[in-house]
Design a protein around this ligand. Structure first.
Ligand code: NAD
Ligand code: DAU
Length: 334
């Protein structure tokens, strides 16, 4: 099988490529990525000489390039997106462009070349749940996004589904909760907290810190996508989530501080994120019943592993904080 992976230089995309090439070494992967601030080819150093791996720098909004790359593949796995909520609040424009228009351009290319399309999406499209309720997002939860990021992802989901309903394009969608693990850009809560602690900096906690996310180790997400690609029902959306029992941001930060043996005086409460969703929780029983998927990595052990990874790989994130990582493509590929 030959896969076109969009956004493969980002956090989940690069973990997915590493996962896939180690599990299916005979398959070919084309990694199609614009290398925005979030793209980092250093994540893929271990496979860059693999003859079954190819990197193409480009924008998914470019019709000609997208069409040309789609022409020779069996499936598109679409990760490419602007992914950070805070950035979408400061400047929605690139979110509208990449997440909506870029997905449309890819769908057109998939249709023209008769290529299967898997769309990687988020639980944020469903809005927010009440704190202390037992409610979870499920297959019938209506869309109710609150940030420009989640609204742009919701739009992309609707577009993907419309290409199935209208043109019979073979699509699947996964809506997953918050991922954590290695190679996550240190603007997101967990890597930001770990790297700030190493640097002796404060950890900014938005609002009262009592916000809840449904954390999932990134390998579990990759395995869910794998199962959906192999056995998922065409036209269907699968919800993917974690095992944590309503753990708040502040509890996570305290856990990280404890594991790293640091004092809680590094916690700094700051102004809240506008439109901040209170709680996410996912009912993943459908993918469990249909495809046998469930999370295999528990939060506490894999949080420790993740902390360990960031402590041992300080070069990786320090090059991000200085901007050095953006020179890697020039050095290795040009
Ligand atoms: P990320 O920000 O780490 O990576 C995004 C990648 O997309 C980067 O490599 C970037 O260079 C690339 N990209 C951006 N715009 C592009 C464009 N116009 N053309 C080509 N490439 C472009 O994101 P992530 O956290 O790895 O998320 C990947 C996908 O998974 C996104 O679609 C996101 O919505 C979804 N998702 C993320 C999470 C999470 O917790 N991180 C959870 C559920 C779903
Ligand atoms: O739910 C899936 C989503 O998870 C993905 O679709 C997004 O791409 C991904 O970025 C993530 O979104 P969140 O907004 O939930 O992740 P973030 O790491 O930005 O924030 C997690 C929680 O921590 C959230 O309640 C906001 C809070 N937070 C975040 C940062 C960066 C803080 O309190 N302080 C911070 O400095």
């Amino acid at each position: 099988m030959k896969l076109l992976v969009t956004g493969g230089a980002g956090f989940i995309g690069s973990n997915f490529i590493l996962y896939w090439l180690s599990k299916y070494p005979q398959d070919k992967i084309v990694n199609f990525d614009k290398l925005t601030y979030a793209g980092n080819l250093e994540n893929l150093k271990s496979v860059e000489k693999n003859p079954n791996y190819e990197f193409v720098q480009g924008d998914i909004c470019n019709h000609e390039l997208t069409n040309q790359l789609t022409n020779s593949v069996d499936i598109i796995i679409h990760f490419a997106a602007e992914s950070h909520v805070d950035r979408s609040i400061m400047d929605p424009a690139p979110f509208i462009k990449t997440n909506i228009e870029g997905t449309y351009v890819l769908l057109e290319a998939a249709l023209k070349n008769k290529v299967r399309f898997h769309h990687v999406s988020t639980d944020e499209v469903f809005g927010a749940l009440e704190l202390n309720s037992k409610e979870k997002f499920n297959d019938t939860t209506p869309y109710n996004p609150h940030s420009p990021y989640s609204a742009s992802k919701a739009s992309s989901d609707h577009l993907v589904r419309s290409y199935f309903d209208t043109y019979d394009l073979p699509i699947t969608i996964s809506n997953c909760s918050n991922n954590f693990g290695s190679y996550q850009f240190p603007e997101k809560l967990i890597p930001l907290a770990i790297t700030n602690i190493v640097e002796g900096k404060k950890i900014p906690v938005y609002g009262d810190g009592l916000y809840v996310r449904d954390w999932l180790y990134v390998d579990d997400h990759c395995r869910a996508i794998d199962l959906i690609i192999q056995k998922g029902q065409i036209g269907k959306t699968y919800l993917v989530g974690g095992l944590t029992e309503d753990i708040s941001n502040i509890e996570i930060i305290k856990k990280i501080l404890k594991i790293m043996d640091k004092n809680e005086n590094l916690i700094e409460y700051v102004k809240d994120r506008p439109g901040h969703d209170r709680r996410y929780a996912i009912d993943w029983s459908t993918i469990n019943k249909e495809l046998g998927w469930k999370p295999e990595h528990n939060f506490d052990d894999y949080l420790k592993m993740t902390i360990d990874w960031y402590v041992k790989n300080q070069d990786w994130w320090k090059r991000i904080k200085t901007g050095e990582y953006q020179k890697y493509y020039e050095k290795q590929y040009k």
